[in-house]
Design a protein around this ligand. Structure first.
Ligand SMILES: [Zn+2]
Length: 505
């Protein structure tokens, strides 16, 4: 397992301790007991993790025979890459040649203007998560065999010339579902495109051939976008212009790469390497090249999810098994999970499970005692049998509150899981007015029907009936202008799955 900054054993150890502690705590959680436990934890307040470590024995003694449940979380290996001196020589020679060719064609006009960089990735339109990325490596500022990032820290590796932006959570699923797009950080001309190379690499030793786009900007600076997904590159040709924020490709793991991430590299008009961040240990350039304020730590919630079983992070490059679920039968097991980037020591997260009437059913908090570039934590509950309706799992972190809605309804009682590597989005928007949408991606082509129901289980209209291919994302828009206010369900029935999504008008 790989962790940045030399703290691998400590971090790994801490993760295991937390996993063990939580497993004990929640091992015997019924719903009422969970409330009792959360009460204890809220008393513990910011010492939640400390409390967790001391509580298990007490709990096991108190309640030895309640329903079993699981709990856990932690962190994972972060993607990285290793371009050698030889790799760089080859790329620089190629780009020099491209620059010469495009200049001869009059396509590279140089202006005296300052280029500032926008963030080079964005989420696809079908996703509603707060964010799906983290930073695993900055530029290595140390010219010797040591490592030092722009902030005088160690979030880099020896000889790294770019910024690595990785997908989190569920990097392989996100890649397969075209969830995260790479966009031009600034306007410019496509200097080079490289495509056709294998894009599910799990190591940086075997294959130097990545898929990449290189943009030349108006001041003569260049930006590199590496490890892209095969076949995902912009259809624009070399020499054509792109706007800032324009699609260039999808995040992948081509070339020397241990997992899906974007390697973003910047050179100034003189061809000198740039670290786009500003910091006291940045010896390459004095000021930030980012157009907005970009900080060393960018702590945030990436996603809240609801699962029927704990997510499984399969062996690279097999996509993760998420067991996502948004409609739960009364009394069934619910797993709430929160996924973070850059969780720092001492930071607090407060969580709530909120009933349809807005009152809190359960609240608890968590304080980190270890830094995690990417982390996740989950809790298991037995839901009550009532009240049915739209519930919310809510988390507040670093001053921001986000939530994920789920429905407690008897309609879910026959629900199956969606097959691995397939995806059915939530209905969006929700609440909706005149229309709502749903996207899906299936792991094999099959006949699918989708029907809209009301809360009484009455069929309102057919959303789709036909064959859904296994390539790309399918988008359905549902006209809801004629519906009364209330909760609605769309049941998507395939040959090997059936799944229900809900939304409110
Ligand atoms: Zn990199």
């Amino acid at each position: 397992m790989y962790y940045k900054g030399g703290g691998s054993k400590l971090r790994n150890h801490t993760t295991q301790v937390q996993k063990r502690a939580r497993k004990y705590i929640y091992f015997e959680c019924g719903a009422s007991f969970a409330r009792f436990l959360k009460g204890i934890l809220s008393v513990c307040d910011s010492l939640a993790l400390v409390c967790m470590r001391s509580l298990p024995l007490i709990i096991l003694m108190l309640l030895p025979t309640l329903l079993p449940a699981q709990d856990g979380g932690g962190s994972l290996a972060l993607p990285e890459d290793h371009l050698t001196t030889g790799d760089y020589a080859r790329i620089h020679a190629d780009l020099a040649n491209q620059t010469r060719l495009l200049t001869q064609q009059g396509l590279l006009l140089q202006k005296n203007e300052v280029v500032s960089l926008g963030w080079p990735i964005r989420m696809a339109a079908h996703l509603s998560d707060p964010a799906l990325y983290g930073i695993s490596n900055f530029v290595d500022q140390d010219q010797t065999t040591g490592i030092r990032d722009f902030n005088c820290g160690s979030r880099t590796y020896d000889g790294h010339n770019g910024t690595d932006i990785f997908l989190w959570p569920f990097q392989w699923l996100m890649m397969d579902q075209n969830s995260v797009e790479v966009v031009a950080a600034a306007p410019g001309v496509i200097l080079q495109k490289v495509d056709g190379n294998y894009d599910r690499r799990c190591d940086w030793t075997t294959d130097p051939n990545w898929n990449a786009v290189f943009i030349r900007h108006s001041d003569g600076s260049t930006t590199w976008y590496g490890h892209l997904k095969r076949g995902s590159l912009t259809s624009k040709a070399i020499g054509q212009s792109v706007a800032q924020g324009e699609y260039l490709g999808l995040v992948g793991s081509s070339g020397k790469s241990t997992g899906p991430h974007l390697h973003f590299e910047v050179y100034d008009p003189a061809g000198k390497l740039i670290d786009p961040y500003a910091g006291s240990c940045n010896s390459l350039n004095a000021s930030s090249w980012w157009s907005g304020n970009k900080t060393y730590y960018d702590s945030g919630i990436n996603a809240l999810r609801l699962h029927s079983k704990p997510p499984v992070f399969n062996t690279c490059p097999t996509p993760e098994s998420t067991f996502d679920k948004t409609i739960f039968a009364p009394g069934s097991q619910l797993i709430t999970a929160a996924y973070f980037r850059d969780q720092q020591v001492g930071q607090n997260v407060s969580y709530r499970l909120i009933q349809p009437n807005g009152s809190t059913w359960l609240s608890w908090s968590q304080t980190m005692n270890t830094y995690y570039p990417a982390s996740y934590w989950y809790w298991t509950y037995s839901l009550p049998t009532s009240p049915t309706g739209m519930w919310r799992f809510e988390a507040t972190y670093q001053g921001k509150t986000v939530f994920k809605a789920f429905t407690l309804s008897a309609i879910a009682s026959t629900d199956d899981e969606i097959p691995d590597q397939s995806y059915v989005s939530a209905l969006y928007p929700s609440p909706f007015t005149s229309k709502t949408s749903l996207d899906l991606h299936l792991n094999k082509p099959q006949k699918v029907s989708a029907v809209l129901y009301n809360t009484l289980g009455q069929s309102i209209k057919t959303v789709f009936e036909g064959v859904v291919p296994a390539t790309g994302m399918v988008h359905w828009t549902i006209d809801t202008s004629d519906l009364a206010r209330g909760v609605y369900f769309v049941r998507v029935q395939g040959e090997d799955f059936a799944i229900t999504r809900s939304a409110v008008k």
